[in-house]
Design a protein around this ligand. Structure first.
Ligand code: PEP
Ligand code: MN
Length: 358
């Protein structure tokens, strides 16, 4: 896949002074709710109004969207506020209806991106139409699957593209609703720097209080903008109530974001430096996370060995581990001394943890 500057014309042509802001309710509920939210958003940094018309709920019984009757409400939003409008399409029929009602931008939901058959069906339904399509990451952390969906649209002749990072579902996530796994988006950004990358902090956070923080991380990583769920009365929303914010709170979030301007080569340097530092911070947190998990397993082994009365130090196994890690490290360009030093330290701590957990 080749992504060029032309593929981001839809965004560049807007000539925005700040990252793009796509905002609006998770779901269109009533005409009044849609229009009220849109009129309040008109006075914020919002550039594009979003609302889900067809809602892919994980289990039946939840609110599955108002369906096609909501499309004229979005048309009204456009006429009355001048904002562009976007909605999620999940099959060829949605595409046909959305196009008939003048929707400006389409997005592909996380549960659709996982299914190449459906993505292809939607791409085929778009043949001959060149409307911007934004592809959300699949629910599972699979970069080729995400890129594969973008590729299907490109092959079908869609030239205006973008991706939305909405996080990845995990079993039992406490802090986030969907873990960001930033490294996947960083990898994507590195490989396709011209492909617009938009953060959806609402579905990552699943709650309001950390939206600003998560959005700032994205800005520091040079994302192009945000899609943030916004509702006139969030607590009463028919879907995703906990994560939606009021238009006034959305404005507070966008005003509090520290946007770094790039105007000189020196600032460009500062910007890149800040971005790489952020990447390092995220990797360092991952290292701590993984080491914590590793020591957790060492604890269990300590208990097992104690029960069976087996010696904790099994030096043969450790020489094998270190030899294997030195080999793996070579492939990553890591020196033998460095890898040995790290794994010795891990070994010492591991023995210590096992002793403590007899
Ligand atoms: C949404 O944007 O409301 C939505 C359903 O998102 P996702 O596909 O990311 O779950
Ligand atoms: Mn939602």
């Amino acid at each position: 896949m080749e992504i060029k500057k032309e593929n981001r014309q839809w965004l560049d042509a807007m000539n925005l002074a700040h990252p793009i802001v796509i905002a609006g309710p998770c779901s269109a509920e009533t005409e009044e709710q849609v229009l009220k939210t849109a009129h309040e958003l008109k006075n914020t940094d919002t550039n594009v109004f979003r609302a889900g018309i067809w809602k892919p709920r994980t289990r039946p019984g939840g609110f599955e969207g108002v369906g096609a009757i909501g499309l004229p409400w979005l048309q009204k939003v456009k006429e009355e506020t001048g904002m562009l409008v976007t909605t999620e399409v999940g099959n060829a029929n949605h595409v046909e209806l959305a196009l008939k009602h003048g929707i400006d931008i389409l997005w592909i939901g996380a549960r659709t991106t996982v299914n190449p058959f459906v993505v292809q069906e939607i791409a085929d339904a778009l043949k001959g139409v060149d409307i911007p399509v934004l592809v959300k990451n699949p629910v599972n952390p699979d970069l080729p699957l995400w890129l594969g969906a973008v590729e299907r649209f490109q092959t079908a002749g869609i030239s205006q593209l973008g991706v939305i990072h909405r996080g990845f579902s995990t079993y039992n996530s406490m802090f986030y609703r969907n873990k960001p796994k930033w490294h996947l988006a960083i990898e994507l950004k590195k490989e396709f720097p011209d492909l617009p990358l938009i953060l959806d902090p609402s579905h990552i956070c699943g709650r309001r209080d950390i939206i600003l923080d998560v959005s700032q991380t994205a800005l520091d990583l040079n994302y192009d903008g945000f899609m943030i769920e916004t509702h006139i009365d969030p607590d009463k929303a028919w879907s995703d109530a906990k994560q939606q914010v009021t238009p006034a709170d959305l404005q507070k979030i966008t005003e509090n974001l520290k946007i770094r301007q790039k105007s000189s080569s020196k600032e460009e340097f500062q910007l890149k430096l800040a971005m790489h530092r952020k990447e390092l911070d995220l990797i360092d947190s991952t290292i701590i996370d993984v080491l914590g998990d590793r020591m957790g397993i060492a604890k269990e082994i300590g208990k097992l060995k104690h029960k069976e009365n087996v010696a904790i130090l099994q030096s043969g196994r450790w020489s094998d581990i270190i030899a294997k890690m030195v080999e793996d490290g070579k492939e990553k360009g890591l020196s033998k001394d460095f890898v040995e030093e790290i794994f010795r330290a891990i070994h010492v701590e591991s023995i210590h943890v096992q002793h403590q957990n007899k």
